[in-house]
Design a protein around this ligand. Structure first.
Ligand SMILES: Nc1nc2c(ncn2[C@@H]2O[C@H](COP(=O)(O)OP(=O)(O)OP(=O)(O)O)[C@@H](O)[C@H]2O)c(=O)[nH]1
Length: 269
């Protein structure tokens, strides 16, 4: 290479493509295939079907981006997530709350009276509420529940209350729902138990959605549900992601659970 510093012109040796060797062989092979190169234009489409699919996919992606994000209006310390335990009478609601409280706090709860709030993680509190079995109670509960545990007596099947409550949930923005089957120890026949579980699962799926979570509590040990099963259920509740419901942000609601007159008696007199 010679550089002429005066005119700043360079003279380069001309490029000569390979005539022999592996690279030359490959090139020859590529060009000889159907008379065209393997990759004539790397990013241009060669199939119209594929191109159409690609286009609709990119449009979909764009739509998703444009979707209005749900606004989380909460600020400061987060309120506890309300886990509502619903079911017909004597299905085991109190027992389930007691078992879950025992799991989280290692304390025995003698009686369930009103909502119970426990700390389930560094950033999370969970409040267990037993759903009242009257229509007004259910309507109130549907408004504040973040997760509804629907208890179903496995030996009996679905009862009216569960369907009623699902309907109420539907018109209140539908929070998360999980099913829990109890009284499964009443089955003596293993085959029948299996069949019933299958049947109830599919019934539950048609009501909620295919693949909705259903837990099985197989029986009692020392008057409590099996530790392992409660552990699994509690784990699910602890890691569950709760998104703000758009219905709820659009329909603010205050539930008054107590009304006290605090005027000093002196003043009244
Ligand atoms: N064999 C069996 N008994 C159960 C099971 N679950 C609950 N029980 C029993 O059912 C009875 C009622 O349980 P509770 O927890 O009081 O039911 P509940 O739904 O709170 O009842 P109400 O508050 O009256 O609606 C208790 O004696 C439990 O021991 C189960 O899976 N198997």
């Amino acid at each position: 290479m010679a550089i002429d510093s005066g005119t700043k012109e360079q003279s380069h040796k001309e490029h000569r493509s390979r005539q022999s060797g592996a690279k030359a062989d490959k090139k020859k092979r590529d060009t000889s295939q159907n008379g065209k190169k393997q990759n004539p234009k790397a990013f241009a489409f060669s199939s119209t079907v594929k191109a159409k699919r690609l286009q609709s996919r990119s449009v979909e992606k764009e739509q998703r981006r444009l979707h209005v994000p749900t606004i989380d209006r909460s600020y400061g310390e987060q309120p506890p997530y309300v886990v509502l335990v619903h079911g017909p009478p004597k299905v085991g609601k109190s027992l389930l709350i007691k078992s879950l409280v025992k799991h989280y706090t290692k304390h025995n709860l003698p009686e369930v009276r009103g909502p119970i709030t426990i700390v389930s993680g560094k950033q999370r509190r969970v409040q267990f509420v037993e759903c009242p079995n009257d229509i007004n109670g259910m309507i109130d509960a549907a408004k504040f529940a973040d997760l509804a545990l629907l208890l179903i007596d496995g030996s009996y099947g679905f009862e009216m209350e569960t369907f009623e409550f699902l309907n109420i949930l539907q018109v209140h923005g539908f929070p998360k729902v999980m099913g829990v089957l109890t009284h499964l120890d009443k089955f003596k026949d293993v085959k029948k138990l299996k069949k019933t579980k299958q049947h109830l699962k599919h019934r539950f799926w048609t009501e909620i959605y295919d693949g909705a979570k259903l837990f099985y509590l197989s029986g009692l040990i020392h008057g409590k549900y099996v530790k392992r099963e409660i552990h699994n259920l509690a784990r699910f509740i602890s890691v569950m992601k709760f998104h703000p419901l758009s219905w709820r942000t659009a329909h603010p609601y205050v539930l008054v659970d107590r009304f006290e007159d605090v005027t000093p008696p002196e003043k009244v007199r």
